[in-house]
Design a protein around this ligand. Structure first.
Ligand SMILES: Cc1cc2nc3c(=O)[nH]c(=O)nc-3n(C[C@H](O)[C@H](O)[C@H](O)COP(=O)(O)O)c2cc1C
Length: 341
């Protein structure tokens, strides 16, 4: 797209003297965005070709309104796609300017990711870019829940770089979080509307299993109920038994990403921080399991903040560790479907 056309569309222009991103490199960034994690693998984004990069646009047609009525998880998901695009372009040897919510006239434009100069890619940048297709969500048992102190420091740093904060729950906080989580999961399991929304996104296989392009394939679901399987769906008995969540969280490394506020901008920041954390974790051989239920219930979020003693708003709750067995990759929509027409 030309700078003039971008300007007509209301997209703030990049530097007209800056580099033009060749089509094949734009596709590398788009491919990285495509592999970002998203709520129910809904992939709620469209991609916009820019002269010097990519725009990531929220696609509300792919909303999951029962579990995510305010679009918080959707915008966090878009944020992960933005981070992947930026990481891919840095890995190709560019400096990158990411502008979040750059156009007040177009709130659906979550971010633009533009290249600003050619530089030699650092080993750290190329290593991180290589993690994009390897990262995936873990819904299996763990070989070890222990995470080394220096690895935790790196994860904390990854989150801080994006302007968010990482809390590591201590034993007392994990006990209280387990209680909140079990309450949230019990409520989700008892909500027929929520369960039927989840079932619409779970792909239970069948003759056309090879054609799955979104949602969560049954192969990626957990083999045991929550909290091993981090999704509350019809494949397991409903809510976990008393003590199950407590026992699992007692031995887990539990991380919470929080932001200063709770605006759309904060949600994008949470998504950037989440994906950087997940890529750094992947590079260390760590996997992550979401435990978003306690945050999807809006009334529990202040309690989670209180448990952790954090100043901001909790946005993402994860367990991390080393996997006993690996989980399969979850498919994505074809790249061609992702571009705005
Ligand atoms: C904001 C957000 C919330 C999520 N919440 C959950 C969750 O509560 N339970 C779960 O099992 N997975 C959750 N996921 C993981 C997605 O289901 C997963 O990213 C998607 O299925 C794609 O699979 P992949 O991460 O293995 O590539 C969440 C992901 C995001 C980005």
């Amino acid at each position: 797209m030309t700078a003039a056309a971008e300007s007509r569309l209301g997209v703030p222009e990049g530097d007209p003297a800056g580099p033009v991103l060749p089509q094949e490199e734009l596709l590398v960034a788009a491919e990285a965005a495509r592999w970002a994690p998203s709520i129910h693998n809904s992939q709620p984004w469209l991609l916009r070709r820019l002269r010097d990069g990519l725009g990531i646009v929220e696609d509300t047609a792919r909303a999951v309104p029962v579990i995510d009525p305010h679009g918080r998880d959707r915008i966090i998901s878009c944020g992960t796609a933005v981070l992947n695009a930026a990481v891919a372009l840095r890995g190709l040897g560019y400096t990158v300017d990411t502008a979040t919510l750059p156009d007040p006239a177009e709130p659906a434009l979550v971010a633009t990711v533009r290249v600003t100069a050619r530089v030699p890619a650092s080993a750290a940048d190329t290593d991180l870019a290589r993690m994009v297709p390897l990262r995936h969500t873990h819904r299996r048992v763990y070989r070890s829940h222990a995470v080394a102190e220096e690895d935790l420091l790196d994860l904390r740093q990854a989150v801080a770089v994006e302007g968010a904060r990482l809390s590591v729950a201590d034993a007392a906080a994990r006990r209280r979080l387990a209680h909140l989580l079990r309450r949230a999961v019990r409520a989700q399991a008892a909500d027929p509307e929520l369960r039927s929304e989840v079932e619409r996104w779970v792909r239970r296989g069948g003759s056309n299993a090879g054609e799955v392009v979104d949602g969560i394939p049954s192969s990626a679901l957990g083999t045991s109920p929550f909290p091993v399987d981090s999704l509350v769906h019809g494949g397991h008995r409903g809510a976990p038994e008393a003590g199950e969540v407590e026992e699992e969280l007692a031995r887990s490394t539990v991380l919470v990403i929080s932001t200063r506020g709770d605006t759309r901008h904060d949600w994008v920041v949470a998504g950037l921080a989440l994906e950087r954390l997940l890529l750094v974790a992947t590079a260390k051989g760590l996997v992550a399991t979401f435990a978003e239920q306690a945050l999807q219930d809006t009334s529990l979020r202040p309690e989670v903040a209180d448990v952790l003693g954090i100043w901001g708003l909790p946005q993402v709750l994860l367990r991390v560790g080393r996997p006993l067995v690996d989980a399969p990759l979850t498919p994505r929509r074809p790249l061609a479907e992702l571009f705005e027409v």
